[in-house]
Design a protein around this ligand. Sequence first.
Ligand code: SF4
Ligand code: SF4
Length: 362
Amino acid sequence: MAEPILLTPDTEFIKNVLASGGGDLKKCFQCATCSVACTLSPEDSPFPRKQMILAQWGLKDKLLADPALWLCHNCGDCTTLCPRGAKPGNVLGALRNQAIQHFAAPSCLSRMATSPKAWPLLFVPGIVVFGALALWGPKEITEPREFANIFPLHVLEPIFFAVSGLVLLAFAMGLFKFIKGLRSSGADGSILAGIIPAAVEIMTHKRFKECGKEKNRFWGHLLTLWGFAGLALMGTVVGIGTMAGFMHTPLAWTNPWKIFANVCAAVVLVGGLILLVDRLADSEKRKATTYFDWSFLLILVGIVSTGIAAELLRTGQLVTAMYTVYFVHLVLIFALFLFAPYTKFAHMAYRTVAMAATRKRT
Ligand code: SF4
Ligand code: SF4
């Protein structure tokens, strides 16, 4: 007779899943309707039924390294069809958040970034850095045409490049642990070979299109992603260009990079607002939206709105208001960058790696 297997549930983990969006987990009675309904679930390793039972049992290590968490695009079809109201789509969302908290490094920053109570603390580093620049900068504001008086670009750029380096290091540490976890759970695809096809799938939202009937989420995500990618490209080009001396800011309104940046900002704003309004207008989605989602969306919409407002104030020569709004803009960008490895931002990186590791060899 086979030896009985002793399971040791992690009750703290179950509590965390219940508290972070998976509150209906225990209603699941394993009928498997969800796995049948999910168009993204592969035949040889269907989800999310299995993940529901593993979560009920509190098998943290097995679950958090499970690539299936990242193959789900949270369309909600399984949640709509679940006869018990166990909301499997929301449970997988809660598990993804737990996975990021678990793998991301250093863990103190991860804990801080994922605790709703610590939300105001996300803005403290930016307030300190840019507050110091404002305090020690020139006291008289004489140059409204550019932001150079208080926040000169040659100071801002090294700050942001240094932060980007730290963020990349933190991402690398978290993803390294994650890849080890994926390997232990049997995902043996070559990450190097799969990373570009996976990134293309994500950028085109190919799988997103296959799952769910909801078009608002698709467009909201797609626009936010493309607009943000454009802004990141523009920021890098202008940063390098000004440091190397072949670009000079502020760019004229007619400069192609300026036009490109403004179009991208508008695209992010529209995408972010679609996602925000979509969640606010539907009570079920509102309930399913976690701190992770709200925090990311609010910061993103805040960055773009303050960026546009600062530019308009500069054009209108309203110097004090311009600097105040620009200060808020910088603080929000700093929070988004510094805590990127622990927030919704990290989803994209973890999803890309999981998709690459589970790609079938052709
Ligand atoms: S989550 Fe719902 S649909 Fe899926 S197995 Fe459980 S009860 Fe069935
Ligand atoms: S939310 Fe959508 S993608 Fe995720 S498991 Fe359910 S049906 Fe599949």
